[in-house]
Design a binder for this molecule. Structure first.
Ligand code: PMV
Length: 346
């Protein structure tokens, strides 16, 4: 079979794509009882330009099974199962049966609460769909990615993105007055998280006595965060993002047995950011299913924040992220192919 980067519908080939990670400003934690990997609560995120995954997918009649390499190593059985589920959905839609070779590379630590599943499954959804000859809309790509990892549905879009509760697809939150927002990833640990997020969410919803409070409060905090973003009110967004973060972690921590993702360096940074916000600095923290703190600030405050946190005890590295583009296909040389779509989405 000839491998080409321009497969026609029904003739599978090779495609490459790139997607950025995203960090939730209003968190989701918990699946809907309706199944299908729908989320129980709405979430709002910022796509991050500096954290990227590049994925290549090639379907070939000569492969006996799917071959998957993630960051230079063969995928574990759990990782492989999730990737193959997405490939099977694509094969069903494209009516093909060829197996695929998938190669995926992140430019940041995998599975340390840095949203690698978000960029990973968004890039995979785009590359696999194109390689299979499908011409999916952004909404369809978001749905495909979301079914594997709900946060990945958000990484198909650039800039600021929402995924409503029980919604199949994420959507872009149109241009805001806080476009100069910057997210600093304060890397204190690159260790892998103890439990994957789906297992962690199910365990939390089944055992935490405060999970009901989370379900009640998360939509209100989402509304507050979105209003802060749309009206250009940094403090309103900052307060809602921190409330959402602490309530999500309180729910995780009260699961039985508890899920404690935060480490001593995380707590020190929470105190430091609170203190500096009281002093008038535009800074706010958020953490996901891992110990690393992400600091939201304004571009005008970046030099000050960068100097301060690069020197902070326990911070090994700071990654500066601005609002990033939506997922896009790459040419064989790695150039972005769909610049018009990327611009439209960011
Ligand atoms: O979509 P998942 O399964 O990767 O879970 C993401 C959960 C959090 O990152 C903790 C919160 C969020 O909304 O991104």
């Amino acid at each position: 079979m000839t491998i080409t980067n321009e497969p026609s519908p029904g003739s599978p080939g090779l495609a490459r794509a790139e997607a950025c990670a995203n960090i939730a400003l209003a968190k989701y934690w918990g699946k809907s009882a309706r199944g299908g990997n729908l989320t129980a609560v709405p979430s709002l995120s910022m796509t991050l330009d500096a954290l990227r995954t590049r994925t290549e997918v090639s379907f070939s009649g000569s492969l006996g099974e799917d071959e998957l390499s993630l960051n230079g190593v063969a995928a574990s059985p759990q990782e492989a199962a999730r990737v193959i589920t997405l490939l099977d959905r694509v094969r069903t839609s494209a009516k093909i049966s060829e197996r695929a070779r998938v190669t995926s590379l992140n430019n940041f630590p995998t599975a340390a609460g840095l949203a690698s599943s978000a960029s990973g499954f968004a890039a995979l959804a785009v590359a696999a769909s194109y390689a299979a000859g499908l011409r999916s809309s952004c909404g369809e790509l978001s749905s495909l990615a979301r079914q594997s990892s709900a946060s990945a549905g958000r990484s198909v879009y650039g800039g600021f993105v929402e995924l409503l509760a029980e919604s199949d697809q994420a959507s872009s939150v149109p241009s805001t007055r806080l476009n100069e927002l910057v997210m600093l990833v304060l890397v204190t640990s690159a260790e892998k998280k103890p439990m994957g997020s789906t297992l962690g969410m199910n365990h939390t919803s089944e055992t935490s006595p405060v999970y009901g409070t989370w379900l009640e409060q998360a939509p209100l905090l989402f509304g507050e965060a979105k209003a802060g973003l749309l009206t250009g009110d940094f403090n309103r967004l900052a307060n809602a993002m921190e409330d959402s973060t602490r309530l999500m972690h309180a729910t995780m921590m009260t699961a039985r047995p508890p899920l404690i993702y935060l480490r001593p360096a995380t707590i020190e940074l929470m105190h430091e950011v609170s203190l500096r916000r009281e002093q008038g600095y535009p800074e706010a923290y958020t953490m996901d299913a891992g110990p690393n703190v992400k600091l939201l600030t304004r571009a005008s405050h970046l030099p000050n924040a960068l100097a301060h946190y690069e020197a902070f005890l326990g911070v090994e590295r700071v990654i500066v992220c601005r609002p990033g583009p939506g997922a896009a296909r790459l040419s064989p040389e790695g150039e972005l192919m769909d610049a018009s779509r990327t611009q439209e989405l960011s």
